[in-house]
Design a protein around this ligand. Structure first.
Ligand code: ATP
Length: 300
């Protein structure tokens, strides 16, 4: 069953001057864990807002488990942890859970969500006294109340330190194991890398890469070729002759070149006397990310 279906989704602001989302097609199947990754202003939040029916698309359609967003939310099929949206600061954590639960027409998990979010010890603490990371966990707990099939998280770990982030994702992994579909926007590459099975890179309101984490990492065929060189001038001459466009750095006898044709370059290097310790490495996710999104600013 398809959890999320976006067809040619477009959202323009200011009478078309700001093209926040500019034609996104995306299908997410039930049980998938998908990271939406992209630079500031890429259109991630606007896309998630449309998924949740918080803003109407200028064009295109959104379907959540075969339904319109508002209907899916009313039926408790989807819920979210958003960047915006406050908590009731004068209440205690447990009271907030009771209050929000009482507003659902469908049955909820009740206070059990505190344990699932790892904050069962905080039930009697006033929300205003909770740290930013604890409040973020409370938001996560609230999102679990309707026992949703789909969880939408917009930078859920913003404001958490490394340990809090790690344990947040451990809790989330539990939720995912139960078969929930999870879609989350993040700036943290390592979060996307360690948690998501699929990554969708968004830039300039469009999807610029979409695939299993490993594939996206290998999306750019640029490789970093490095080697120990004894004769800098010979190496520079040979590379300049055969690959005039490549930028060559040699520092402390260590050569580093980024090349799309690494095999040919490696062959050439090994034919030069005094070249040893040749290594070819694939780009990190971060490199791929910069390569794929670097030149695509949001159009305005
Ligand atoms: P970030 O990672 O910084 O949260 P994002 O990928 O979530 O960024 P969006 O918040 O979706 O990006 O914004 C996409 C673009 O649309 C930005 O240029 C933003 O300034 C613009 N934008 C978003 N909402 C509005 C609005 N209500 N009115 C005008 N412009 C908007």
């Amino acid at each position: 069953m398809t959890a999320v279906q976006l067809n040619n989704l477009i959202k323009h602001f200011k009478r078309g001057k700001i093209k926040a989302v500019n034609g996104i097609d995306l299908t997410i199947e039930e049980g998938e864990i998908v990271a939406l990754l992209g630079p500031n202003g890429a259109g991630k939040t606007t896309t998630l807002d449309m998924v949740l029916g918080l803003t109407e698309p200028t064009q295109g359609t959104v379907q959540i488990i075969g339904k319109k967003p508002r209907q899916a939310i009313d039926e408790g099929l989807v819920s979210a942890v958003l960047q915006t949206g406050g908590l009731l600061h004068d209440l205690k954590v447990g009271e907030v859970v009771d209050y929000v639960a009482s507003n659902y027409r469908t049955p909820t998990l009740g206070r059990a969500v505190l344990e699932r979010a790892g904050i069962e010890d905080l039930a009697d603490r006033k929300v205003s006294l909770c740290s930013g990371g604890e409040q973020q966990r409370l938001k996560f707990a609230l999102s679990l109340l309707p026992n949703p099939d789909l969880l939408v998280l917009d930078e859920p770990t913003a404001g958490m330190d490394v340990n809090a982030r790690r344990s947040f994702w451990a809790n989330m992994q539990e939720e995912a194991r139960e078969g929930r579909t999870v879609i989350f926007a993040t700036h943290y590459l390592e979060e996307a890398q360690s948690f998501a099975e699929r990554v969708v890179l968004v830039a300039g309101g469009k999807v610029v890469a979409d695939g299993p984490m490993v594939e996206v990492r290998h999306h750019t065929d640029i490789r970093l070729v490095s080697a120990h060189v004894e004769n800098e001038r010979a190496v520079r001459d040979q590379i300049g002759q055969h690959f005039p466009d490549l930028e060559v750095t040699i520092h402390n006898d260590l050569l580093e070149v980024k090349s799309p044709s690494s095999d040919e370059l490696a062959r050439l290097l090994l034919s030069i006397e005094g070249v040893s310790g040749l290594e070819i490495s694939a780009p990190s996710l971060e490199d791929a990310f910069v390569d794929l999104t670097g030149d695509k600013e949001v159009q305005s």
